[in-house]
Ligand binder design. Structure first.
Ligand code: APR
Length: 169
């Protein structure tokens, strides 16, 4: 598996699956969640509302992942996951690792060969970028994501990119 880190906007990445740093409601928000919903268009929210009406009536628990289509995005799927929120006392690194590993497991199950991740929990949810990078790279490296050939971390800003590149070096 090839693992790379780039600076950019995850909504422009031409990969099979784009991972969304969602919240448990699955009904959109700010940050990368807002950007993905804006770029994907209303079809994405409609699919998420369908999940809430069927398989995910109570929303998506922290560390879990679920896929939908990708609407107008240049990807086939969006994999929604919920990272731990440090401001809500969710400080267990295993929860953040689970958000990455569960997303990879979903990607593998779909037959995705390329996956783009944002820095889950590194924004609104208040985790330090260095810790996100540490956990993200270690988790992806250890994952047995059958069929996934490329994982791309797509970061906002030079600092975030430097943190991930330092772990990938
Ligand atoms: N492409 C790539 N990265 C982005 C983009 C984008 N278009 N927009 C934001 N980011 C970066 C942020 O700068 C941050 O480094 O993604 C990282 C994750 O930040 P958040 O989007 O705030 O995600 P998170 O910290 O997991 O918080 C999730 O925020 O947006 C709400 O609905 C979301 O409630 C949920 C919470």
């Amino acid at each position: 598996m090839r693992i790379e880190a780039v600076a950019g906007d995850i909504t422009t990445q031409s990969v099979d699956a784009i991972v969304n740093a969602a919240n448990s409601s699955l009904l959109g928000g700010g940050g990368v969640d807002g950007a993905i919903h804006r770029a994907a268009g209303p079809a994405l929210l409609a699919e998420c509302e369908q999940l809430r009406a069927t398989t995910h009536r109570d929303g998506l628990p922290v560390g879990h992942a679920v896929a939908t289509g990708a609407g107008n995005l240049p990807a086939r799927w969006v994999i929604h996951t919920v990272g731990p929120n440090r401001h809500a006392g969710q400080t267990d690194p295993a929860l953040l690792a689970s958000a990455f590993s569960a997303s990879l497991a979903v990607a593998s199950g779909l037959g995705a060969t390329s996956v783009a991740f944002p820095a889950i929990s590194g924004g609104v949810y208040g985790w330090a970028m260095g810790e996100v990078a540490e956990i993200a790279v270690a988790t992806v490296r250890d994952a047995d994501a059958r069929g996934v050939e490329t994982v791309r971390f797509v970061l906002f800003g030079a600092d975030a990119l430097a943190e991930f590149r330092a772990r990938l070096a």
